[in-house]
Ligand binder design. Structure first.
Ligand code: XMP
Length: 329
């Protein structure tokens, strides 16, 4: 292993000598570990000439925007513009049921918003930003043999990323990828040195299209996003309370666009069904469903039906990957 203190110092030197004194740098923060650590590193090197944007696409989890913005601002002092594009995204997604079309719409809308951010910034600064920071990791860059001179010798299984491909091509930004020789665990270690809060570094992966891939079908119908946020929060909080969060690769709830009959407080109900999914995995390529204790599941299901209006049934996903994928869409 490498000494992450050395890696940090070296990277900061490289960034300082690459980015000229009049250059400005932009970065899209996803709220995930990689982009956060990359931006923090660049910020340490060039300070206020870094300009970050975080987009609320309306598909984030319970209080997620507030929570990540607090980490960016209070813990990391990153200069971040938060763009609330909820209405734009949900407007474009209205009536759309096909999973691939949903993803395409979200990707395209993100590019539009990022483009606007860059143009607004150009007006404000009187000059075009020249560099773009990306949190690309080693497994993302490498196919089978390490780049010459990288110091990496071992081959590694490659994860195919669905996130890439997403930025305006006519922008002609030069890339800064300070994590491109690092593995995930090394990025976490680097993050620790950079004072990224431990809880943030350990967060489960969250897909770029957000809750859109966890509401089956039209995300704007049935108050689905609101219901899903509440269910997901109860599930995740219960997992944390039980001390299980760090043993699980990903856990989340899924909103099913069907209704089932129930009986709640002497009333017949006709409400929604939610599914709970939790998996263990090394890299997301394959995964095993996580075996909770029955008592835990019993408590969670009860808590969900008692607290979330519009839900009267909870089911658990007991398939592994393959044959299922981790996400439902
Ligand atoms: P699947 O569902 O393909 O997911 O088994 C494997 C891992 O990738 C995540 N995932 C995504 N991540 N953009 C992302 O950044 C995406 O479009 C996307 N789709 C799935 C998923 O959460 C799991 O960790």
């Amino acid at each position: 292993g490498w000494n992450m203190e050395d890696v940090m110092e070296k990277e900061i030197e490289v960034i300082k000598s690459t980015v000229g004194p009049d250059d400005h740098v932009i970065c899209a923060l996803s709220g995930g570990v990689d982009s956060t650590v990359a931006a923090t590193l660049v910020h340490k090197a060039i300070g206020e000439r870094l300009h970050c944007v975080f987009v609320d696409n309306g598909l984030l989890r319970y209080k997620e925007r507030e929570r990540v913005m607090e980490t960016f601002e209070r813990d990391l002092h990153l200069p971040v513009t938060c763009v609330d594009a909820t209405e734009k995204f949900l407007g474009e997604l209205k009536g759309v049921e096909d999973p691939e079309i949903k993803r395409k719409i979200i990707g395209k809308e993100f590019i539009n918003i990022f483009d606007n951010f860059a143009h607004d910034l150009e007006k404000k600064l009187g000059t075009k930003p020249t560099y773009l920071v990306q949190g690309t990791l080693y497994p993302d860059v490498i196919e089978s043999c390490p780049p010459p001179g990288s110091g990496r010798t071992h081959s590694h299984t490659i994860k195919s990323h669905h996130n890439v491909g997403g930025l305006p091509k006519d922008m002609k930004l030069k890339l800064i990828e300070p994590l491109k020789l690092l593995f995930k665990d090394e990025v976490r270690e680097l993050g620790k040195i950079l004072n990224v809060p431990e809880g943030f570094l350990k967060r489960h992966p969250f897909p770029g299209p957000g809750l859109a891939v966890r509401v089956l079908g039209d995300v704007t119908k049935n108050n689905a996003l609101e219901i899903l946020r509440q269910v997901d929060e109860i599930f995740i909080q219960s997992i944390k309370d039980a001390g299980l969060y760090d043993s699980i690769w990903q856990a989340f709830a899924v909103f099913l666009p069907v209704r089932s009959v129930g009986v709640q407080g002497d009333q017949r109900t006709h409400s929604h069904v939610v599914a709970l999914r939790a998996v263990t995995s090394q890299d997301g390529m394959t995964a095993d469903w996580y075996h909770f204790e029955h008592k835990f599941l019993d408590d969670v299901a009860r808590k969900i039906c008692n607290n979330v209006r519009g839900v009267n049934r909870v089911v658990q996903d007991i398939t592994s990957k393959p044959p299922s994928t981790i996400e439902w869409e």
